[in-house]
Design a protein around this ligand. Structure first.
Ligand SMILES: NC(=O)c1ccc[n+]([C@@H]2O[C@H](COP(=O)([O-])OP(=O)(O)OC[C@H]3O[C@@H](n4cnc5c(N)ncnc54)[C@H](O)[C@@H]3O)[C@@H](O)[C@H]2O)c1
Length: 304
C-alpha cells in the first residue's frame, strides 16, 4: 500500500519507514529537515522536503492520496517546548490537526499518530501508568501532543477517519541524535565515546521507561491493520534511572569517566513507566529487545 510517513528523516520515523519498506509497501517521506537528516531516509522511500504547516503539504496529500498516513513530524523536545510553548501549539497541535484534516479530505484509510506516553499523563498518580490514568501534562510539549490526539478523535467522530494512536515511552536506538535536546542514551553514548564529560540532570534517580526504536517500528507495522480508533501505550513497563543508563553505557563503551550533575529539567516528569497490556491485546505487540541488548546496539551504532 502507499504510505506517507511524516517526520521520516528523523530518528523514530526513519525506522518506521524502513519497516514499511521491508514489508513491501510504497513509502513516501515528508520532512522539512528542521531536525531530520536526508541520509536518515531509507533507500527506496520517496523523499519530499516539505513543511507540514505549508500549503505545499496540503497539495502533496491531494496528489499522493496515500492509503495510510503515519504522522511523526513534530517538535519533539520537552526542553525546547518550555522555551517556546507556542511553537509547540503551532507545530504539534496545529500540525497534527492539519494532517488529520487533509487525511480525512483525501480519503485516507487510516492515520497512525506518534503520541507520547512519557509526557502526556503528567506526574503519575501510580505506576505503571495505563491508558485510564488522568491526562494532566506538565509541559507544552505533552499538552500539544495530546491536543493532536483530540483533533484526530474529532476527525474520527465527524469525518469517519480511522486512526490508531501510539503513546511511546522514551525511545532509544540507532540514529537518535547525540547532539539533540532529548535522548539521554544517544547523548551519553556519543559523549562517552568522544571522551567528553556527561551531565546528568538532577540527582539522576528519576526513572523512565526506555523502549527500543525497532520495537516501536514494529508497533507501527502492526497498527496498519489493527487498533482502529484506539490510543495505547508503547513501553516496557519497567522504570530505569538515568544513573543506571549512564552505568550501562559506561560498561558498553569501556569508560570509567565520572558523571557531573546539573539542575533538574523543567517540565520533566520525574518517574514514569507504562503499562502496555492494551497494545499486547489489541496489536499483539510486546517489546522484544531487552534493555541490555538495546544499550549494546545503541553503543555499536554510536561507534559507527
Ligand atoms: N523520541 C522519543 O522518545 C519520543 C517519545 C514519544 C513520542 N515521540 C514522538 O515521536 C515523533 C518522532 O520523534 P523523534 O524523537 O524521532 O524526533 P525527531 O526530531 O528525530 O523527528 C521529528 C522529525 O520531524 C521533522 N519535522 C519537525 N517539524 C516538521 C514540520 N513542521 N514539517 C515537516 N517535518 C517536520 C523533523 O525534521 C524531524 O525529522 C514525534 O512526534 C515525537 O513527539 C518521540
Amino acid at each position: 500500500m502507499r504510505i506517507l510517513v511524516t517526520g521520516g528523516a528523523g530518528f523514530i520515523a526513519s525506522h518506521v519507514a524502513e519497516a514499511y519498506l521491508a514489508a513491501g509497501h510504497e513509502v513516501h517521506v515528508a520532512d522539512n529537515l528542521a531536525k531530520g537528516r536526508r541520509e536518515n531516509v531509507p533507500d527506496g522511500a520517496v523523499f519530499h522536503e516539505v513543511d507540514i504547516l505549508s500549503p505545499a503539504f496540503e497539495q502533496l496529500m491531494a496528489e499522493l492520496k496515500p492509503e495510510v498516513v503515519n504522522h511523526h513530524a513534530a517538535q519533539a523536545s520537552v526542553k525546547l517546548s518550555t522555551l517556546n510553548p507556542l511553537g509547540d501549539l503551532e507545530a504539534n497541535a496545529g500540525g497534527t490537526a492539519r494532517v488529520a484534516e487533509f487525511a480525512a479530505a483525501n480519503g485516507v484509510r487510516k492515520l497512525i499518530y506518534a503520541s507520547t506516553g512519557g509526557a502526556l499523563y503528567g506526574d503519575p498518580e501510580y505506576v505503571p501508568v495505563d491508558e485510564g490514568h488522568p491526562i494532566r501534562p506538565i509541559s507544552a510539549y505533552g499538552l500539544s501532543k495530546y491536543m493532536g490526539e483530540l483533533w484526530i478523535g474529532l476527525a474520527g467522530r465527524t469525518k469517519g477517519l480511522d486512526y490508531t494512536i501510539l503513546r511511546y515511552a522514551n525511545a532509544f536506538g540507532p540514529r537518535q541524535d547525540p547532539h539533540g535536546e532529548a535522548g539521554v542514551v544517544a547523548i551519553f553514548a556519543g559523549k562517552l565515546l568522544a571522551g567528553e564529560p556527561c551531565t546528568i540532570d538532577g540527582d539522576g534517580e528519576q526513572m523512565k521507561d526506555y523502549v527500543y526504536v525497532g520495537d516501536i517500528a514494529r508497533a507501527n507495522l502492526l497498527a496498519l491493520d489493527n487498533g482502529s480508533g484506539r490510543a495505547m501505550n508503547i513501553g516496557t513497563c519497567q522504570g530505569r534511572s538515568v544513573n543506571a543508563i549512564f552505568e550501562a553505557l559506561r560498561e558498553n563503551v569501556g569508560s570509567d569517566a565520572p558523571a557531573r550533575h546539573g539542575p533538574p529539567r523543567e517540565g520533566d516528569v520525574r518517574n514514569i513507566w507504562l503499562e502496555s497490556s492494551l497494545a499486547a491485546g489489541v496489536l499483539g505487540w510486546r517489546p522484544q529487545v531487552s534493555f541490555d541488548d538495546g544499550m549494546r546496539l545503541s553503543v555499536e551504532a554510536a561507534r559507527r
